[in-house]
Design a protein around this ligand. Structure first.
Ligand code: GEK
Length: 260
């Protein structure tokens, strides 16, 4: 495993070599770059892509276990919205201490859900997992003690984020928590430039070339819309959450916990 990608997400990591699970999607010049999509090609390299692209990803995944252990209550539901291949689902599932808990894992990309299904099948933790291939905006949320929105809200259109958070708040039980992890915008140009530079250096040290970094950036810029930490905190407060904390940040990636 690469030194900048420490930790275990529970998803099988392939060695960094000439293998089909390594992310080389943007390695060759692409004269007609199209918008980034969670298709079969992306799904086939996703675990490698996310751990080499998102600083702190593995720490965030591991720490979800702490929240699962503390917040999940007997007979409730746990939601993983935008579950991809199930890294967060597995981290939560392995640390649920309470009986009679169902995990609902949702993603609208079929190639992601299929891989998630097989990752879950090879995990022996007791809580059942219900997989749903659908837009998280149509997932009914009820009797929730914990909701993970791990690097997913950033793909939801800006004007729909407020309603989604209001719905998540309504579906949470009192004392329940929402974990929101996101790429964030920084409050000043200088800070933005520093953090972007350090993020790109993180990617370079993880083996991405300048061409890969710039092509990925162009492909994703209309698809992933980051907001500032303050925007997230204020929206969570408007939704009604009593306590909102930024519990983790690594460069321009942050994670918040909001308690109802
Ligand atoms: C992890 N949480 O490993 N409805 C359902 N799924 C969606 C939607 C939507 N509206 N929009 C995007 N997705 C994961 C990582 S990845 C983050 C999450 C990233 C899904 C999309 O298909 C993809 O699988 C996931 O959200 C975002 O902890 O790639 O930066």
């Amino acid at each position: 495993m690469h030194p900048f990608c420490p930790g275990d997400t529970g998803i099988e990591a392939q060695p960094m070599s000439d293998n089909p699970s390594q992310d080389t999607l943007f390695a060759k010049p692409q004269p007609h770059l199209v918008d980034f999509a969670f298709d079969e090609q992306v799904a086939s390299v996703f675990p490698d892509m996310i751990r080499r692209s998102v600083p702190g990803y593995e720490t965030v995944i591991a720490m979800l276990g702490v929240f699962a252990s503390r917040l999940v209550t007997q007979g409730s539901r746990v939601y993983d919205l935008g579950c991809s291949q199930g890294a967060a689902t597995l981290a939560l599932r392995r640390h649920i201490q309470q009986p009679d808990v169902t995990i609902v894992a949702v993603d609208n990309a079929a190639p992601m859900i299929e891989r998630c299904r097989s990752n879950i099948a090879s995990d022996l933790s007791p809580s059942p997992v219900q997989l749903r291939c659908e837009d998280i905006q149509s997932t009914p949320i009820e009797n929730a003690s914990l909701i993970a929105l791990n690097y997913t809200l950033q793909f939801v259109p800006l004007d729909q984020r407020e309603d989604l958070l209001a719905r998540l708040y309504n579906g949470l039980n009192r004392g329940g928590g929402l974990i929101l992890s996101e790429k964030i915008r920084l409050p000043s140009t200088t800070q933005q430039e520093h953090f972007t530079d350090w993020h790109h250096e993180f990617k370079r040290l993880n083996g991405y070339s300048d061409l890969e970094i710039s092509q990925k950036r162009q492909a994703i810029e209309n698809v992933l819309i980051p907001e500032s930490a303050q925007d997230h905190i204020q929206r969570l407060q408007r939704a009604g959450f009593q306590q909102v904390y930024c519990w983790f940040q690594c460069f321009n990636f942050a994670s918040f916990i909001a308690i109802k």
